[in-house]
Design a protein around this ligand. Structure first.
Ligand SMILES: Cc1cc2nc3c(=O)[nH]c(=O)nc-3n(C[C@H](O)[C@H](O)[C@H](O)COP(=O)(O)OP(=O)(O)OC[C@H]3O[C@@H](n4cnc5c(N)ncnc54)[C@H](O)[C@@H]3O)c2cc1C
Length: 242
């Protein structure tokens, strides 16, 4: 059986690392590897930018009052927001050839299709800017969502230890202690949800919890006694996912 590496003190799993750990488990069961690759090929360039080893000589310096780095949905939304409110003195930089980041899309002879993000979690009423954007995009109008654009109940599967399982909460090899932590965690999240404290943007929350901005989700979990590596993976994945 494959164990998830680093299950001791500080669990940190990328989706890719988690899946590779799972793929190792597949090897003895079948010699047919999963075909395919990754649609996002920008990581090496991103790392070169981060490490300042691009090997490019800059020839011009341009000064602008505001620079938005990255034309993923966050950068695009920021640009949309500024533009709509009349502030246009900014540039939006994107290192990829196509804008969109994790919500970028492809197209074939049948239709357009998403490379990653594909469903819209219907936001709570407090998230006014999302409603404004969706209205503009024609996804929400007259108090109704355009069903065609919504994925009613996304079904997801996880490939772990050489097997597929339904749902994203790791079940295969999860111990009783892991499951107890899943339960306690979900109950805690429900309490937060019902309290109205956790909304996005956080300024609209019933109580400002600035202290939460000072620590990572993983640290919050550790402080609150959540040390299950599977739960950490799930929350890490969920923070990245939606
Ligand atoms: C497989 C997958 C499926 C998902 N499915 C869903 C879903 O169904 N529904 C949902 O709501 N969410 C989903 N998500 C999550 C959602 O896609 C992301 O949360 C969201 O797209 C993140 O947007 P972002 O703008 O913050 O970052 P990103 O999308 O990562 O965008 C960052 C952009 O910045 C660019 N960039 C980075 N560094 C630089 C630099 N130095 N200079 C210039 N450009 C730079 C990158 O090229 C990229 O385009 C999914 C994510 C993944 C990975």
């Amino acid at each position: 059986m494959t164990t998830v590496p680093g299950a001791a003190a500080k669990p940190q799993y990328s989706r890719r690392r988690f899946l590779s750990a799972a793929l190792i488990g597949l090897a003895p069961k079948t010699d047919k590897p999963i075909q395919g690759g990754f649609a996002d090929t920008m990581m090496p360039l991103g790392h070169r930018l981060r490490d300042r080893v691009l090997g490019v000589t800059f020839q011009e310096t341009v000064r602008v009052p505001l620079v938005i780095v990255g034309a993923g949905i966050a950068g695009l939304s920021a640009a949309w927001h500024l533009d709509k409110r009349g502030f246009r003195d900014f540039v939006l930089l994107e290192m990829d050839r196509q804008a969109g980041g994790n919500s970028k899309w492809g197209e074939n002879e049948v239709s357009a299709y998403p490379w990653a993000a594909h469903y819209l979690p219907v936001p709570s009423k407090e998230v006014k800017l999302v409603y404004e954007l969706m209205e503009e995009l024609g996804v929400y109008h007259d108090g109704h969502w355009e069903e065609r654009h919504l994925c009613h109940s996304p079904q997801e599967r996880l490939y772990l230890h050489g097997r597929w399982q339904e749902g994203l909460e790791p079940e295969i090899a999860a111990t009783k202690a892991d499951r107890a932590q899943y339960k306690r965690f979900h109950e805690r999240m429900r309490e937060f949800e019902q309290s109205g404290e956790w909304v996005i943007p956080m300024d609209n929350g019933k109580r400002k919890r600035r202290e939460l901005d000072q620590l990572s989700m993983a640290d919050w979990m550790r402080r609150n006694g959540y040390d299950s590596p599977y739960l950490h993976w799930l929350v890490d994945y969920s923070c990245r996912d939606d």
